[in-house]
Ligand binder design. Structure first.
Ligand code: UD1
Ligand code: CA
Length: 455
C-alpha cells in the first residue's frame, strides 16, 4: 500500500500576530511546514499533498522546492473541509496520513506506529494525555475503552469536558473509507465547521475499529499557535539535537547552550563543545575537535584534532587537521587552511589558501591570497587586494617571513624563503631568500620642542 500524506497548512495563525502565514515561521531556521514535510518525506512509498490557505501563496513560493502537490483551500471551513480538497489525490488503496503543518516535532517512529493500525477493519488515531485538555477535541471511549467518537471542546457536555485524553489531530486511514466518510461530513456543530474528527464516529458506526497510540510527549504533538510556543519548541528541538550529538560521542559543556540550525555531514568522536556555540548550514567536524565558547560555524569543515578557541566565526571555510584557530578569528568563504595552521586573534581570511604549518597570529587581513607552507605572517599584515574595482592576488612562497605591519599591494608575489622587513609597503615581486624592505630612513630632529599648553 502506498502512503498519501496530507499536510494541513491552511490555518491563519492570527495569534502569531504576523504578516506571514504561520507555517512559515521557523524552528532552527527551517519553516514549521518544512519540518513536517521532512519527517513525512522519510517514509517509503509516500507522496505528499499540502493544503495551503487563501493568501498562502507565499507558503508555496517559499517552499517550492518541496516534492509535493499543492492544493489551495480557498475558505477555511474546517479540518474536514481541508482534507476534502485533496480528494482527487487519494487512491482507494492508499494509506492516508493526516498531519498538521504547524506541528513540527512529530517523530517518524510515531507515524510508523500509527500507520501499522491501518487496515480495512481499523484506523489509527494519535492521542495525548493532557494535564489541561482545554482547546482539544476529547476522546470519548466506552466502558471497555473502545473509542466511540471525538467531541470538539465547544461541543462537549460537562462530563466530556473532564476527559483528559485529547485528539492530536493526527490520523491514518485507508483511502477508500476516508473518501466515503468525507462525503458524509456535515457542519451542524457549534462552529459550523466540517470537522475531520467526525469520521471517528462514522468509522465506529461502520464497524471499523479506532486504534489509538499515545504520543511520546506533549511536545511531540504540540502545535504552534503563538510565538511563545514557537520559542518553547525551538528549545525542545535544540535539546533533542544536543542529545543526539552526545549520543554520537560529543562532550557538550552545557546541552542547553548549543544551537544547531542545520545538520552535520559528519561528526567525529570525542569532540568537545563549550557553551554558546551556534552551528548553521551543514557542518563537518572531525575527531577530537575542540570548539571554544561563543563560536559560530556555518558550512565549515573542521579536520581532526583541530582546536577552535573562543569567539571565532567560520563560514564556508575549511580548517585542516591539528590547526589552531582564534580566539576572535574570522574565516570567511573559501578560506582553505591545510594542516597545522595557526590563525590568531583579529585575523580575517577570505578566499585564500594557507598551506601546512603557516602562522598568521595577530591582527591581519588575508584576502585573495595563496600562502605557502611554513610561512610566518607578522602582526598587522594586510593584503591590499582591492583597488576599488578589481580584486588581485597575493602569492607568498613557502617559508617566507613577513615582518609586522606589512602591506602587500596585490598583485604581488613574495618569493620562497624571502624575508620582508617590518613596516614595508610591498608593491613589486620580491626575490626568494632575500631580505626586502621598503621603509623611509629613520631620522632624529635635534632640539625639537614639544608644544606646551599656555598656563
Ligand atoms: C483540531 C481538532 C481537535 C484537536 C486539535 C489539536 C478538528 C475539528 N479539531 O482543533 O480535535 O484536538 O486540532 O490541535 O479537527 N486547518 C486547515 N484548514 C481549515 C482548518 C484547519 O488547513 O479549514 C489546519 C490548521 O492550519 C492546523 C490544523 O488544520 O494546522 C488544525 O486546525 P486548528 O484550527 O488548529 O484546529 P483546532 O480547532 O485546534
Ligand atoms: Ca490548534
Amino acid at each position: 500500500m502506498d502512503i498519501k500524506t496530507i499536510i494541513l497548512a491552511a490555518g491563519q495563525g492570527t495569534r502569531m500576530r504576523s504578516s506571514k502565514p504561520k507555517v512559515l515561521h521557523k524552528v532552527a531556521d527551517r519553516a514549521l511546514l518544512h519540518h513536517v514535510y521532512d519527517t513525512s518525506a522519510q517514509l517509503e512509498n509516500n507522496s505528499i499533498v499540502i493544503i495551503y490557505g487563501h493568501g498562502g501563496e507565499l507558503v508555496k513560493e517559499q517552499l517550492n522546492t518541496l516534492n509535493a502537490d499543492w492544493v489551495e483551500q480557498k475558505e477555511q471551513l474546517g479540518t474536514g473541509h481541508a482534507v476534502q480538497q485533496a480528494e482527487g489525490f487519494i487512491n482507494d488503496s492508499d494509506k492516508v496520513l493526516i498531519l498538521y503543518g504547524d506541528v513540527p516535532l512529530l517523530k517518524k517512529s510515531t507515524i510508523e506506529r500509527l500507520l501499522e493500525n491501518v487496515s480495512q477493519k481499523s484506523i489509527g488515531l494519535l492521542t495525548v494525555e493532557l494535564d489541561d485538555p482545554k482547546g482539544y477535541g476529547r476522546i470519548v471511549r466506552d466502558n471497555d475503552g473502545n473509542v466511540l467518537k471525538i467531541v470538539e471542546e465547544k461541543d462537549t457536555t460537562e462530563d466530556e469536558r473532564l476527559i483528559t485524553e485529547g485528539n492530536t489531530g493526527i490520523i491514518a486511514t485507508p483511502g477508500n473509507l476516508l473518501k466515503e466518510w468525507l462525503s458524509r461530513l456535515e457542519n451542524s456543530n457549534a462552529q459550523n465547521e466540517f470537522y475531520l474528527t467526525d469520521i471517528i464516529e462514522m468509522a465506529v458506526n461502520d464497524g471499523v475499529r479506532v486504534k489509538t497510540n499515545l504520543a511520546e510527549s506533549m511536545d511531540e504533538v504540540l502545535g504552534v499557535n503563538d510565538r511563545s510556543q514557537l520559542a518553547h519548541l525551538e528549545r525542545v528541538y535544540q535539546l533533542e539535537q544536543a542529545q543526539q550529538l552526545m549520543a554520537s560521542g560529543a562532550t557538550l559543556r552545557d546541552p542547553s547552550r548549543i544551537d544547531i540550525r542545520g545538520d552535520f555531514e559528519s561528526v567525529g568522536q570525542d569532540i568537545e563543545i563549550d557553551i554558546n556555540v551556534l552551528f548553521e548550514g551543514t557542518n563537518t567536524i572531525g575527531n577530537n575537535v575542540i570548539i571554544g565558547a561563543n563560536c559560530i560555524l556555518k558550512n565549515a569543515v573542521i579536520g581532526d584534532d583541530a582546536v577552535i578557541l573562543p569567539n571565532c566565526i567560520i563560514e564556508d571555510a575549511t580548517v585542516g587537521v591539528r590547526s589552531r584557530i582564534g580566539p576572535f578569528a574570522r574565516l570567511r568563504p573559501q578560506a582553505e587552511l591545510a594542516a597545522e595552521v595557526h590563525i590568531g586573534n583579529f585575523v580575517e581570511i577570505k578566499k585564500s589558501t594557507v598551506a601546512t604549518g603557516s602562522k598568521i597570529n595577530h591582527l591581519s587581513y588575508i584576502g585573495d591570497a595563496t600562502i605557502g607552507s611554513k610561512v610566518n605572517i607578522g602582526a598587522g599584515t594586510i593584503t591590499c587586494n582591492y583597488d576599488g574595482v578589481n580584486k588581485s592576488q597575493t602569492i607568498i612562497g613557502d617559508g617566507a617571513f613577513i615582518g609586522s605591519s606589512t602591506q602587500l599591494i596585490a598583485p604581488v608575489t613574495v618569493g620562497k624563503g624571502a624575508t620582508i622587513g617590518a613596516g614595508s609597503t610591498i608593491t613589486k615581486d620580491t626575490e626568494k631568500e632575500q631580505l626586502t624592505l621598503s621603509r623611509a630612513k629613520q631620522i632624529t630632529i635635534k632640539d625639537w620642542q614639544r608644544p606646551v599648553k599656555p598656563k
